[in-house]
Design a protein around this ligand. Structure first.
Ligand code: ADP
Ligand code: MG
Length: 612
Protein backbone atom coordinates (compact mmCIF):
# COMPACT_ATOMS: atom_id res chain seq x y z
CA UNK A 1 0.00 0.00 0.00
CA UNK A 2 1.16 3.46 -0.80
CA UNK A 3 2.08 5.87 2.01
CA UNK A 4 -0.16 8.88 1.88
CA UNK A 5 1.19 11.43 4.34
CA UNK A 6 3.04 14.33 2.72
CA UNK A 7 4.57 17.49 4.02
CA UNK A 8 2.58 20.56 3.09
CA UNK A 9 4.31 22.80 0.59
CA UNK A 10 5.89 25.78 2.36
CA UNK A 11 3.57 28.41 1.00
CA UNK A 12 0.55 26.47 2.19
CA UNK A 13 2.00 25.78 5.62
CA UNK A 14 2.79 29.47 5.95
CA UNK A 15 -0.68 30.52 4.97
CA UNK A 16 -2.25 28.13 7.43
CA UNK A 17 0.00 29.31 10.23
CA UNK A 18 -0.70 32.92 9.27
CA UNK A 19 -4.41 32.28 9.62
CA UNK A 20 -4.02 31.87 13.36
CA UNK A 21 -2.38 35.21 13.86
CA UNK A 22 -3.85 37.36 11.11
CA UNK A 23 -7.59 36.96 10.69
CA UNK A 24 -8.37 40.40 9.38
CA UNK A 25 -6.79 43.83 8.91
CA UNK A 26 -7.25 44.66 12.58
CA UNK A 27 -5.07 41.73 13.66
CA UNK A 28 -2.25 43.03 11.48
CA UNK A 29 -2.76 46.51 12.94
CA UNK A 30 -2.50 45.14 16.45
CA UNK A 31 0.71 43.25 15.72
CA UNK A 32 2.39 46.19 14.01
CA UNK A 33 1.43 48.65 16.74
CA UNK A 34 2.70 46.26 19.39
CA UNK A 35 5.99 45.85 17.56
CA UNK A 36 6.40 49.61 17.50
CA UNK A 37 5.75 49.77 21.23
CA UNK A 38 8.17 46.92 21.91
CA UNK A 39 10.75 48.85 19.89
CA UNK A 40 10.46 51.71 22.38
CA UNK A 41 8.76 54.18 20.06
CA UNK A 42 7.45 57.43 21.52
CA UNK A 43 5.57 58.40 18.36
CA UNK A 44 3.53 56.04 16.26
CA UNK A 45 1.49 56.70 13.14
CA UNK A 46 -1.07 54.36 11.71
CA UNK A 47 -2.06 55.01 8.13
CA UNK A 48 -4.92 53.10 6.53
CA UNK A 49 -6.57 52.86 3.16
CA UNK A 50 -9.90 51.12 2.69
CA UNK A 51 -10.14 49.94 6.28
CA UNK A 52 -6.72 48.35 5.96
CA UNK A 53 -7.69 46.16 3.03
CA UNK A 54 -5.56 48.15 0.65
CA UNK A 55 -2.94 49.53 3.00
CA UNK A 56 -1.86 49.37 6.62
CA UNK A 57 1.24 51.39 7.33
CA UNK A 58 2.79 51.84 10.75
CA UNK A 59 5.56 54.37 11.17
CA UNK A 60 7.47 54.49 14.44
CA UNK A 61 10.52 56.24 15.87
CA UNK A 62 11.61 53.18 17.83
CA UNK A 63 14.89 51.30 17.78
CA UNK A 64 14.84 50.34 14.11
CA UNK A 65 16.57 47.20 12.80
CA UNK A 66 19.95 46.35 11.36
CA UNK A 67 19.95 44.97 7.78
CA UNK A 68 20.27 41.41 9.04
CA UNK A 69 17.60 41.78 11.69
CA UNK A 70 15.31 43.31 9.10
CA UNK A 71 15.70 40.21 6.97
CA UNK A 72 15.38 37.88 9.96
CA UNK A 73 12.26 39.55 11.28
CA UNK A 74 10.17 37.84 8.58
CA UNK A 75 11.27 34.33 9.53
CA UNK A 76 8.80 32.30 11.52
CA UNK A 77 9.73 32.02 15.20
CA UNK A 78 12.30 34.73 14.79
CA UNK A 79 12.21 37.09 17.74
CA UNK A 80 14.57 39.33 19.62
CA UNK A 81 12.40 39.14 22.70
CA UNK A 82 13.10 35.76 24.23
CA UNK A 83 16.17 33.54 24.25
CA UNK A 84 15.52 30.73 26.67
CA UNK A 85 12.60 29.03 28.30
CA UNK A 86 12.96 31.10 31.49
CA UNK A 87 12.28 34.27 29.49
CA UNK A 88 8.90 32.86 28.62
CA UNK A 89 7.89 33.35 32.24
CA UNK A 90 9.15 36.88 32.53
CA UNK A 91 7.64 38.47 29.48
CA UNK A 92 7.38 42.23 29.57
CA UNK A 93 7.05 42.82 25.85
CA UNK A 94 3.87 42.63 23.78
CA UNK A 95 5.31 40.16 21.29
CA UNK A 96 7.47 37.14 21.94
CA UNK A 97 6.33 34.40 19.55
CA UNK A 98 8.11 35.74 16.50
CA UNK A 99 5.15 34.96 14.29
CA UNK A 100 3.54 38.22 13.38
CA UNK A 101 5.77 39.47 10.61
CA UNK A 102 6.18 35.97 9.17
CA UNK A 103 2.41 35.68 9.13
CA UNK A 104 1.66 38.97 7.43
CA UNK A 105 4.43 38.36 4.93
CA UNK A 106 2.79 35.06 3.99
CA UNK A 107 -0.50 36.68 3.07
CA UNK A 108 0.34 40.16 1.79
CA UNK A 109 2.79 42.39 0.02
CA UNK A 110 5.02 43.93 2.64
CA UNK A 111 7.37 46.83 2.39
CA UNK A 112 9.75 47.61 5.23
CA UNK A 113 12.02 50.60 5.72
CA UNK A 114 14.04 50.61 8.88
CA UNK A 115 17.09 52.27 10.33
CA UNK A 116 18.81 52.02 13.66
CA UNK A 117 19.57 55.33 15.32
CA UNK A 118 23.31 54.63 15.33
CA UNK A 119 23.50 53.74 11.64
CA UNK A 120 23.77 56.08 8.71
CA UNK A 121 21.71 54.17 6.20
CA UNK A 122 18.65 52.09 6.53
CA UNK A 123 17.29 48.98 4.88
CA UNK A 124 14.53 48.73 2.30
CA UNK A 125 12.92 45.33 1.99
CA UNK A 126 10.07 44.04 -0.12
CA UNK A 127 8.49 40.70 0.67
CA UNK A 128 5.54 39.16 -1.16
CA UNK A 129 3.89 35.92 -0.10
CA UNK A 130 6.95 35.04 2.02
CA UNK A 131 9.36 35.66 -0.86
CA UNK A 132 11.94 38.40 -0.49
CA UNK A 133 11.67 40.41 -3.70
CA UNK A 134 14.17 43.07 -2.91
CA UNK A 135 16.60 44.14 -0.19
CA UNK A 136 18.74 47.22 -0.52
CA UNK A 137 20.28 50.02 1.47
CA UNK A 138 18.22 53.17 1.57
CA UNK A 139 18.13 56.60 3.12
CA UNK A 140 15.37 56.85 5.70
CA UNK A 141 14.73 58.32 9.13
CA UNK A 142 15.59 56.27 12.22
CA UNK A 143 12.86 53.91 13.32
CA UNK A 144 10.67 51.64 11.27
CA UNK A 145 8.03 52.11 8.64
CA UNK A 146 6.22 48.98 7.60
CA UNK A 147 3.47 48.79 5.00
CA UNK A 148 1.14 45.88 4.43
CA UNK A 149 -0.57 46.06 1.08
CA UNK A 150 -3.47 44.06 -0.28
CA UNK A 151 -3.88 41.76 2.66
CA UNK A 152 -4.87 38.21 1.58
CA UNK A 153 -4.26 39.07 -2.09
CA UNK A 154 -2.95 35.53 -2.53
CA UNK A 155 -5.67 33.86 -0.46
CA UNK A 156 -8.85 34.81 -2.32
CA UNK A 157 -11.05 32.78 -0.01
CA UNK A 158 -9.92 34.85 2.97
CA UNK A 159 -10.03 38.12 1.10
CA UNK A 160 -13.64 37.40 0.19
CA UNK A 161 -14.35 36.66 3.82
CA UNK A 162 -13.54 40.22 4.89
CA UNK A 163 -16.46 42.31 6.01
CA UNK A 164 -17.52 45.75 4.81
CA UNK A 165 -15.09 48.62 5.25
CA UNK A 166 -17.22 50.01 8.05
CA UNK A 167 -17.03 46.80 9.96
CA UNK A 168 -13.32 46.18 9.37
CA UNK A 169 -12.55 49.77 10.28
CA UNK A 170 -14.50 49.35 13.50
CA UNK A 171 -12.32 46.34 14.38
CA UNK A 172 -9.23 48.40 13.70
CA UNK A 173 -10.49 51.23 15.89
CA UNK A 174 -11.04 48.72 18.68
CA UNK A 175 -7.45 47.54 18.49
CA UNK A 176 -6.11 51.05 18.14
CA UNK A 177 -8.12 52.14 21.17
CA UNK A 178 -6.77 49.31 23.31
CA UNK A 179 -3.17 49.89 22.33
CA UNK A 180 -3.36 53.67 22.66
CA UNK A 181 -5.12 53.42 26.00
CA UNK A 182 -2.44 51.14 27.39
CA UNK A 183 0.30 53.60 26.41
CA UNK A 184 -0.89 57.13 27.15
CA UNK A 185 2.74 58.29 27.28
CA UNK A 186 3.11 57.52 23.56
CA UNK A 187 1.88 59.91 20.87
CA UNK A 188 -0.37 58.31 18.27
CA UNK A 189 -1.88 59.46 15.02
CA UNK A 190 -4.37 57.62 12.92
CA UNK A 191 -5.17 58.44 9.32
CA UNK A 192 -7.86 56.72 7.30
CA UNK A 193 -8.13 57.40 3.58
CA UNK A 194 -5.97 60.50 3.96
CA UNK A 195 -8.04 61.99 6.77
CA UNK A 196 -6.66 62.35 10.25
CA UNK A 197 -8.90 60.53 12.70
CA UNK A 198 -6.86 60.72 15.90
CA UNK A 199 -4.04 62.92 17.03
CA UNK A 200 -3.10 61.86 20.53
CA UNK A 201 -0.45 63.70 22.51
CA UNK A 202 1.44 62.03 25.35
CA UNK A 203 -0.89 62.49 28.31
CA UNK A 204 -2.25 61.01 31.49
CA UNK A 205 -4.47 58.00 31.41
CA UNK A 206 -7.59 60.00 32.17
CA UNK A 207 -7.07 62.42 29.29
CA UNK A 208 -6.22 59.52 27.01
CA UNK A 209 -9.45 57.76 27.88
CA UNK A 210 -11.38 60.93 27.17
CA UNK A 211 -9.46 61.55 23.95
CA UNK A 212 -10.32 58.05 22.78
CA UNK A 213 -13.84 57.62 24.05
CA UNK A 214 -15.10 61.18 24.09
CA UNK A 215 -15.88 63.87 26.65
CA UNK A 216 -18.88 62.12 28.02
CA UNK A 217 -16.53 59.82 29.88
CA UNK A 218 -15.02 62.65 31.88
CA UNK A 219 -17.38 63.26 34.72
CA UNK A 220 -18.30 59.64 35.05
CA UNK A 221 -14.85 58.30 35.86
CA UNK A 222 -14.21 57.04 39.35
CA UNK A 223 -10.53 56.36 40.02
CA UNK A 224 -9.45 52.97 41.27
CA UNK A 225 -6.08 52.46 42.92
CA UNK A 226 -5.08 49.59 45.11
CA UNK A 227 -1.55 48.48 45.77
CA UNK A 228 -0.37 45.33 47.36
CA UNK A 229 2.76 43.31 47.02
CA UNK A 230 0.88 40.80 44.95
CA UNK A 231 -0.83 43.11 42.59
CA UNK A 232 -1.31 46.70 41.63
CA UNK A 233 -4.55 47.80 40.20
CA UNK A 234 -5.27 51.20 38.83
CA UNK A 235 -7.55 52.86 36.35
CA UNK A 236 -11.13 53.97 36.35
CA UNK A 237 -14.57 52.55 36.65
CA UNK A 238 -17.57 54.40 35.30
CA UNK A 239 -20.40 55.57 37.47
CA UNK A 240 -23.65 53.73 36.82
CA UNK A 241 -24.67 56.46 34.36
CA UNK A 242 -21.77 55.46 32.12
CA UNK A 243 -23.00 51.90 31.75
CA UNK A 244 -24.25 50.81 28.35
CA UNK A 245 -26.48 48.19 26.88
CA UNK A 246 -23.85 47.11 24.45
CA UNK A 247 -20.43 45.79 25.24
CA UNK A 248 -17.33 47.57 24.14
CA UNK A 249 -16.21 49.82 26.95
CA UNK A 250 -14.81 47.21 29.25
CA UNK A 251 -11.05 47.23 29.29
CA UNK A 252 -8.80 44.97 31.29
CA UNK A 253 -5.09 45.21 30.84
CA UNK A 254 -2.74 42.76 32.44
CA UNK A 255 0.82 44.05 32.49
CA UNK A 256 -0.32 46.51 29.85
CA UNK A 257 -1.75 43.86 27.57
CA UNK A 258 -5.45 44.05 26.74
CA UNK A 259 -7.19 40.83 27.71
CA UNK A 260 -10.68 39.42 27.63
CA UNK A 261 -11.90 37.62 30.69
CA UNK A 262 -15.58 37.03 31.34
CA UNK A 263 -14.61 35.85 34.81
CA UNK A 264 -12.83 39.04 35.78
CA UNK A 265 -15.54 41.07 34.07
CA UNK A 266 -17.96 39.49 36.47
CA UNK A 267 -15.78 40.62 39.35
CA UNK A 268 -16.34 44.24 38.34
CA UNK A 269 -19.93 43.87 37.22
CA UNK A 270 -20.96 42.30 40.50
CA UNK A 271 -19.62 45.32 42.38
CA UNK A 272 -22.42 47.24 40.66
CA UNK A 273 -25.07 44.95 42.00
CA UNK A 274 -28.23 46.89 42.74
CA UNK A 275 -26.87 49.91 40.88
CA UNK A 276 -27.38 48.65 37.38
CA UNK A 277 -30.12 46.83 35.58
CA UNK A 278 -29.38 43.40 34.31
CA UNK A 279 -27.83 43.24 30.85
CA UNK A 280 -26.24 46.62 31.27
CA UNK A 281 -22.46 46.71 31.11
CA UNK A 282 -20.50 48.92 33.44
CA UNK A 283 -17.70 50.96 31.96
CA UNK A 284 -14.18 50.30 33.19
CA UNK A 285 -10.55 50.67 32.27
CA UNK A 286 -8.48 48.68 34.71
CA UNK A 287 -4.78 47.99 34.65
CA UNK A 288 -3.54 45.03 36.63
CA UNK A 289 0.11 44.73 37.24
CA UNK A 290 1.47 41.53 38.61
CA UNK A 291 4.57 39.41 38.44
CA UNK A 292 4.72 37.99 34.89
CA UNK A 293 5.43 34.62 36.50
CA UNK A 294 1.85 34.59 37.71
CA UNK A 295 0.38 35.08 34.24
CA UNK A 296 0.63 32.78 31.28
CA UNK A 297 0.16 34.81 28.13
CA UNK A 298 1.13 31.94 25.90
CA UNK A 299 -2.23 30.23 25.75
CA UNK A 300 -3.69 31.89 22.68
CA UNK A 301 -2.12 33.10 19.42
CA UNK A 302 -3.62 36.56 19.72
CA UNK A 303 -2.64 36.64 23.42
CA UNK A 304 -5.98 38.13 24.39
CA UNK A 305 -6.65 35.25 26.69
CA UNK A 306 -4.34 34.64 29.56
CA UNK A 307 -4.14 32.27 32.49
CA UNK A 308 -3.49 33.33 36.05
CA UNK A 309 -2.01 31.15 38.73
CA UNK A 310 -4.73 32.17 41.16
CA UNK A 311 -7.73 33.49 39.35
CA UNK A 312 -10.04 33.40 42.33
CA UNK A 313 -7.79 35.62 44.35
CA UNK A 314 -7.64 38.05 41.47
CA UNK A 315 -11.41 37.96 41.22
CA UNK A 316 -11.85 38.78 44.88
CA UNK A 317 -9.30 41.49 44.66
CA UNK A 318 -10.78 43.21 41.64
CA UNK A 319 -14.27 42.94 43.04
CA UNK A 320 -13.14 44.49 46.29
CA UNK A 321 -11.26 47.27 44.52
CA UNK A 322 -14.31 48.17 42.45
CA UNK A 323 -16.63 48.05 45.45
CA UNK A 324 -14.23 50.17 47.41
CA UNK A 325 -14.05 52.79 44.67
CA UNK A 326 -17.83 52.97 44.30
CA UNK A 327 -18.32 53.33 48.03
CA UNK A 328 -15.62 55.94 48.42
CA UNK A 329 -17.39 58.08 45.89
CA UNK A 330 -20.74 57.56 47.52
CA UNK A 331 -22.09 55.62 44.65
CA UNK A 332 -22.71 52.37 46.42
CA UNK A 333 -23.62 51.77 50.01
CA UNK A 334 -20.61 51.01 52.13
CA UNK A 335 -19.59 47.66 53.41
CA UNK A 336 -18.78 47.00 56.98
CA UNK A 337 -15.37 47.14 58.48
CA UNK A 338 -14.89 43.46 57.93
CA UNK A 339 -13.73 41.07 55.30
CA UNK A 340 -16.39 40.78 52.68
CA UNK A 341 -17.83 37.26 52.63
CA UNK A 342 -16.61 36.35 49.18
CA UNK A 343 -13.08 37.00 50.26
CA UNK A 344 -13.49 35.12 53.50
CA UNK A 345 -14.88 32.21 51.59
CA UNK A 346 -11.98 31.99 49.24
CA UNK A 347 -10.18 28.74 49.57
CA UNK A 348 -6.93 30.61 49.51
CA UNK A 349 -7.89 32.39 52.69
CA UNK A 350 -10.27 30.23 54.65
CA UNK A 351 -9.37 26.66 54.05
CA UNK A 352 -6.25 26.01 52.09
CA UNK A 353 -6.29 22.57 50.58
CA UNK A 354 -2.90 21.35 51.66
CA UNK A 355 -0.67 22.16 54.61
CA UNK A 356 1.92 23.49 52.25
CA UNK A 357 -0.63 25.85 50.76
CA UNK A 358 -1.80 26.77 54.22
CA UNK A 359 1.71 27.74 55.13
CA UNK A 360 2.07 29.61 51.87
CA UNK A 361 -1.06 31.58 52.51
CA UNK A 362 -0.17 32.32 56.10
CA UNK A 363 3.19 33.76 55.32
CA UNK A 364 2.23 34.65 51.80
CA UNK A 365 1.73 37.95 50.20
CA UNK A 366 -1.90 37.41 49.50
CA UNK A 367 -3.11 37.09 53.01
CA UNK A 368 -0.87 39.85 54.16
CA UNK A 369 -2.01 42.08 51.37
CA UNK A 370 -5.62 41.62 52.13
CA UNK A 371 -5.41 41.85 55.86
CA UNK A 372 -2.93 44.67 56.10
CA UNK A 373 -1.98 46.56 53.08
CA UNK A 374 -4.43 46.87 50.28
CA UNK A 375 -7.47 47.17 52.47
CA UNK A 376 -9.51 47.20 49.34
CA UNK A 377 -12.21 45.36 51.16
CA UNK A 378 -12.33 47.82 54.00
CA UNK A 379 -14.37 50.88 53.63
CA UNK A 380 -13.05 54.02 55.10
CA UNK A 381 -16.10 55.45 56.81
CA UNK A 382 -14.20 58.50 57.89
CA UNK A 383 -13.44 59.39 54.33
CA UNK A 384 -16.86 58.62 53.10
CA UNK A 385 -18.32 60.94 55.65
CA UNK A 386 -16.00 63.71 54.69
CA UNK A 387 -16.86 63.39 51.00
CA UNK A 388 -20.46 63.41 51.81
CA UNK A 389 -20.20 66.52 53.91
CA UNK A 390 -18.37 68.31 51.16
CA UNK A 391 -21.17 67.52 48.76
CA UNK A 392 -23.71 68.65 51.25
CA UNK A 393 -22.15 72.00 51.94
CA UNK A 394 -22.01 72.55 48.22
CA UNK A 395 -25.78 72.39 48.23
CA UNK A 396 -26.20 74.46 51.37
CA UNK A 397 -23.35 76.92 51.44
CA UNK A 398 -24.86 78.82 54.33
CA UNK A 399 -24.66 75.74 56.50
CA UNK A 400 -21.54 75.27 58.59
CA UNK A 401 -19.79 71.95 58.47
CA UNK A 402 -21.15 69.59 61.09
CA UNK A 403 -18.44 69.14 63.67
CA UNK A 404 -19.30 66.35 66.00
CA UNK A 405 -16.10 66.78 67.96
CA UNK A 406 -16.94 70.33 68.91
CA UNK A 407 -20.19 70.61 70.88
CA UNK A 408 -20.44 74.36 70.45
CA UNK A 409 -20.18 74.16 66.71
CA UNK A 410 -22.68 71.37 66.65
CA UNK A 411 -25.24 73.59 68.27
CA UNK A 412 -24.70 76.32 65.78
CA UNK A 413 -25.04 73.77 63.07
CA UNK A 414 -28.31 72.49 64.42
CA UNK A 415 -29.82 75.92 64.63
CA UNK A 416 -28.76 77.01 61.19
CA UNK A 417 -29.87 73.76 59.68
CA UNK A 418 -33.22 73.99 61.37
CA UNK A 419 -33.68 77.47 60.00
CA UNK A 420 -32.56 76.61 56.52
CA UNK A 421 -34.40 73.38 56.14
CA UNK A 422 -37.65 71.81 57.06
CA UNK A 423 -35.69 69.21 58.96
CA UNK A 424 -32.55 68.86 60.95
CA UNK A 425 -29.65 68.13 58.70
CA UNK A 426 -28.11 66.00 61.36
CA UNK A 427 -30.51 63.15 61.18
CA UNK A 428 -30.18 62.78 57.50
CA UNK A 429 -26.55 61.87 57.87
CA UNK A 430 -27.65 58.64 59.37
CA UNK A 431 -28.46 56.48 56.43
CA UNK A 432 -30.50 54.07 58.44
CA UNK A 433 -33.12 56.71 59.08
CA UNK A 434 -33.83 56.83 55.36
CA UNK A 435 -36.27 54.36 53.94
CA UNK A 436 -37.49 53.68 50.46
CA UNK A 437 -40.99 52.37 50.31
CA UNK A 438 -42.28 51.87 46.78
CA UNK A 439 -42.40 55.26 45.14
CA UNK A 440 -41.86 57.05 48.45
CA UNK A 441 -38.85 57.97 50.47
CA UNK A 442 -39.35 58.31 54.17
CA UNK A 443 -36.95 60.00 56.50
CA UNK A 444 -37.06 61.41 59.98
CA UNK A 445 -36.86 65.16 60.36
CA UNK A 446 -36.80 67.39 63.37
CA UNK A 447 -40.53 67.82 63.58
CA UNK A 448 -41.63 64.35 62.53
CA UNK A 449 -41.55 62.23 59.38
CA UNK A 450 -40.83 63.47 55.92
CA UNK A 451 -42.68 61.60 53.22
CA UNK A 452 -41.39 62.28 49.74
CA UNK A 453 -42.61 61.28 46.29
CA UNK A 454 -39.55 60.19 44.36
CA UNK A 455 -40.77 60.79 40.83
CA UNK A 456 -42.15 64.21 41.61
CA UNK A 457 -38.92 65.17 43.35
CA UNK A 458 -36.99 64.13 40.26
CA UNK A 459 -39.34 66.10 38.02
CA UNK A 460 -38.79 69.21 40.09
CA UNK A 461 -35.01 68.83 40.03
CA UNK A 462 -34.87 68.10 36.31
CA UNK A 463 -37.29 70.88 35.44
CA UNK A 464 -35.32 73.50 37.34
CA UNK A 465 -32.05 72.36 35.92
CA UNK A 466 -33.45 72.36 32.36
CA UNK A 467 -34.92 75.83 32.69
CA UNK A 468 -31.71 77.12 34.17
CA UNK A 469 -29.81 75.77 31.19
CA UNK A 470 -32.21 77.34 28.74
CA UNK A 471 -31.98 80.68 30.51
CA UNK A 472 -28.25 80.92 30.84
CA UNK A 473 -27.64 79.33 27.45
CA UNK A 474 -25.31 76.63 28.73
CA UNK A 475 -26.87 73.34 27.85
CA UNK A 476 -25.15 70.41 29.52
CA UNK A 477 -25.08 67.65 27.02
CA UNK A 478 -24.03 64.16 27.80
CA UNK A 479 -22.53 62.45 24.79
CA UNK A 480 -24.00 59.04 24.18
CA UNK A 481 -21.50 56.22 24.01
CA UNK A 482 -23.24 55.01 20.91
CA UNK A 483 -25.15 57.56 18.87
CA UNK A 484 -28.72 56.49 18.31
CA UNK A 485 -29.95 56.68 14.74
CA UNK A 486 -33.62 57.49 14.24
CA UNK A 487 -35.76 57.32 11.13
CA UNK A 488 -38.85 59.47 10.99
CA UNK A 489 -41.73 60.04 8.66
CA UNK A 490 -41.37 63.07 6.40
CA UNK A 491 -43.73 65.30 8.45
CA UNK A 492 -42.03 64.26 11.70
CA UNK A 493 -38.66 65.03 10.17
CA UNK A 494 -39.82 68.55 9.34
CA UNK A 495 -41.12 68.96 12.88
CA UNK A 496 -37.93 67.69 14.38
CA UNK A 497 -35.95 70.10 12.20
CA UNK A 498 -38.05 72.92 13.58
CA UNK A 499 -37.57 71.74 17.14
CA UNK A 500 -33.79 71.37 16.83
CA UNK A 501 -32.89 74.83 18.22
CA UNK A 502 -35.04 74.21 21.29
CA UNK A 503 -33.74 70.68 21.74
CA UNK A 504 -30.14 71.88 21.50
CA UNK A 505 -30.77 74.36 24.27
CA UNK A 506 -31.87 71.55 26.54
CA UNK A 507 -28.74 69.55 25.87
CA UNK A 508 -29.80 67.32 23.00
CA UNK A 509 -27.09 66.96 20.40
CA UNK A 510 -28.90 65.90 17.26
CA UNK A 511 -27.53 65.84 13.78
CA UNK A 512 -29.65 65.41 10.70
CA UNK A 513 -28.31 63.11 8.07
CA UNK A 514 -30.25 62.46 4.94
CA UNK A 515 -33.85 63.53 4.52
CA UNK A 516 -35.56 61.66 7.31
CA UNK A 517 -32.75 60.36 9.46
CA UNK A 518 -31.16 61.89 12.52
CA UNK A 519 -28.40 60.83 14.83
CA UNK A 520 -28.77 61.51 18.54
CA UNK A 521 -25.17 62.06 19.64
CA UNK A 522 -25.90 63.52 23.02
CA UNK A 523 -28.78 64.06 25.41
CA UNK A 524 -29.49 66.33 28.37
CA UNK A 525 -27.41 65.33 31.37
CA UNK A 526 -29.40 62.98 33.55
CA UNK A 527 -31.09 61.08 30.76
CA UNK A 528 -30.01 57.51 30.15
CA UNK A 529 -29.03 56.68 26.59
CA UNK A 530 -31.82 54.17 26.51
CA UNK A 531 -34.35 56.89 27.33
CA UNK A 532 -32.86 59.57 25.11
CA UNK A 533 -34.81 58.40 22.11
CA UNK A 534 -38.10 57.80 23.92
CA UNK A 535 -38.07 61.22 25.53
CA UNK A 536 -37.34 62.78 22.17
CA UNK A 537 -40.20 60.92 20.53
CA UNK A 538 -42.54 62.03 23.29
CA UNK A 539 -41.59 65.63 22.73
CA UNK A 540 -42.17 65.35 19.00
CA UNK A 541 -45.54 63.83 19.77
CA UNK A 542 -46.43 66.78 21.99
CA UNK A 543 -45.30 69.33 19.44
CA UNK A 544 -47.36 67.57 16.81
CA UNK A 545 -50.47 68.17 18.88
CA UNK A 546 -49.53 71.70 19.81
CA UNK A 547 -46.93 73.23 17.51
CA UNK A 548 -47.24 76.55 19.35
CA UNK A 549 -45.34 75.05 22.27
CA UNK A 550 -42.16 75.66 20.35
CA UNK A 551 -42.58 79.42 20.70
CA UNK A 552 -40.15 80.96 23.15
CA UNK A 553 -42.89 82.03 25.55
CA UNK A 554 -44.48 78.64 25.67
CA UNK A 555 -41.38 76.51 25.86
CA UNK A 556 -41.75 76.26 29.59
CA UNK A 557 -44.54 73.76 29.06
CA UNK A 558 -42.31 71.64 26.91
CA UNK A 559 -39.69 71.68 29.63
CA UNK A 560 -42.22 70.42 32.13
CA UNK A 561 -43.21 67.62 29.83
CA UNK A 562 -39.59 66.82 29.25
CA UNK A 563 -38.81 66.74 32.96
CA UNK A 564 -41.76 64.43 33.47
CA UNK A 565 -40.53 62.06 30.79
CA UNK A 566 -36.99 62.15 32.08
CA UNK A 567 -37.87 61.48 35.70
CA UNK A 568 -37.57 57.79 36.25
CA UNK A 569 -37.89 56.56 39.79
CA UNK A 570 -35.74 53.62 40.76
CA UNK A 571 -34.42 51.74 43.72
CA UNK A 572 -31.94 54.08 45.37
CA UNK A 573 -28.96 53.40 47.54
CA UNK A 574 -28.86 55.37 50.78
CA UNK A 575 -26.37 57.94 49.47
CA UNK A 576 -28.38 58.31 46.26
CA UNK A 577 -31.55 58.89 48.23
CA UNK A 578 -29.76 61.40 50.39
CA UNK A 579 -28.39 63.16 47.33
CA UNK A 580 -31.88 63.33 45.85
CA UNK A 581 -33.24 64.97 48.98
CA UNK A 582 -30.42 67.46 49.03
CA UNK A 583 -30.85 68.31 45.38
CA UNK A 584 -34.54 68.80 45.89
CA UNK A 585 -34.01 71.23 48.71
CA UNK A 586 -31.53 73.13 46.61
CA UNK A 587 -34.40 73.87 44.22
CA UNK A 588 -36.27 77.16 44.22
CA UNK A 589 -39.61 75.40 44.65
CA UNK A 590 -39.00 72.09 46.35
CA UNK A 591 -42.59 71.70 47.58
CA UNK A 592 -44.25 71.19 44.23
CA UNK A 593 -43.67 69.17 41.13
CA UNK A 594 -43.75 71.24 37.93
CA UNK A 595 -47.28 69.97 37.35
CA UNK A 596 -48.38 71.39 40.71
CA UNK A 597 -48.63 68.28 42.86
CA UNK A 598 -46.99 68.17 46.28
CA UNK A 599 -43.52 66.62 46.31
CA UNK A 600 -43.36 65.95 50.05
CA UNK A 601 -45.35 66.18 53.25
CA UNK A 602 -44.19 66.32 56.82
CA UNK A 603 -46.14 64.27 59.32
CA UNK A 604 -45.67 66.28 62.48
CA UNK A 605 -45.36 64.85 65.97
CA UNK A 606 -48.75 66.36 66.72
CA UNK A 607 -50.36 64.64 63.78
CA UNK A 608 -48.68 61.40 64.77
CA UNK A 609 -49.80 61.66 68.37
CA UNK A 610 -53.33 62.20 67.11
CA UNK A 611 -53.03 58.90 65.36
CA UNK A 612 -51.66 56.92 68.27
P1 ADP B 1 7.69 39.22 18.02
O1 ADP B 1 7.14 40.61 18.20
O2 ADP B 1 6.83 38.21 18.64
O3 ADP B 1 9.11 39.14 18.42
P2 ADP B 1 7.34 39.74 15.21
O4 ADP B 1 7.20 38.84 14.06
O5 ADP B 1 6.23 40.68 15.49
O6 ADP B 1 7.64 38.87 16.47
O7 ADP B 1 8.66 40.58 15.01
C1 ADP B 1 9.89 39.89 14.85
C2 ADP B 1 11.06 40.72 15.31
O8 ADP B 1 11.22 41.82 14.43
C3 ADP B 1 10.86 41.34 16.68
O9 ADP B 1 11.28 40.46 17.69
C4 ADP B 1 11.74 42.58 16.60
O10 ADP B 1 13.06 42.25 16.92
C5 ADP B 1 11.69 42.94 15.14
N1 ADP B 1 10.74 44.04 14.88
C6 ADP B 1 9.49 43.93 14.41
N2 ADP B 1 8.89 45.14 14.29
C7 ADP B 1 9.79 46.05 14.70
C8 ADP B 1 9.78 47.47 14.81
N3 ADP B 1 8.71 48.21 14.49
N4 ADP B 1 10.92 48.08 15.27
C9 ADP B 1 12.00 47.35 15.59
N5 ADP B 1 12.05 46.02 15.52
C10 ADP B 1 10.99 45.35 15.07
MG1 MG C 1 5.38 41.26 17.40
Amino acid sequence: MQDIIQLLPDHLANQIAAGEVIQRPSSAVKELLENAIDAGATEIQLILKDAGKELIRVVDNGSGMSPIDARMSFERHATSKIRGIEDLFAIRTMGFRGEALASVAAVAQVELKTRRHDEETGTHLIVEATEVKRQEATACSPGTSIAIKNLFYNVPARRKFLKSNTSEYKHILDEFTRVAMASPEIAFRLYHNNTEQFHLQPEHLKSRIIALLGNKAEKNLVPVTENTELLKINGYIGKPEAATRTRGNQFFFVNNRFIRSPYLHHAVASAFEGLLEKEVFPFYVLFLELDPQRVDVNVHPSKQEVKFDDERMLYAYIHAAATHALARFNIAPSLDFSLSPEIQNLTAISMPVSDAQKEEVRKGLLHHSFSEKGRAHLIDHQNERRNWQQQRSAFFPEMPEPAADNPQKTDIHKETAAAALPFSGHNTFQHHSLLQWGEYLITTVKSGFLLLHQKRALERILYESLSEKIQNGHPVSQQLLFPVAIETSAPDAALLQQALPFLRKTGYDIEPFGQQSFAINGAPAGISSARAQEVLEDIIEQIKHEPSMLKDKEQDRLLKIMARQMAQPKQLSAPEAQALIDELFACAQPQYAPGGKAVFRILSKEQLSGLL
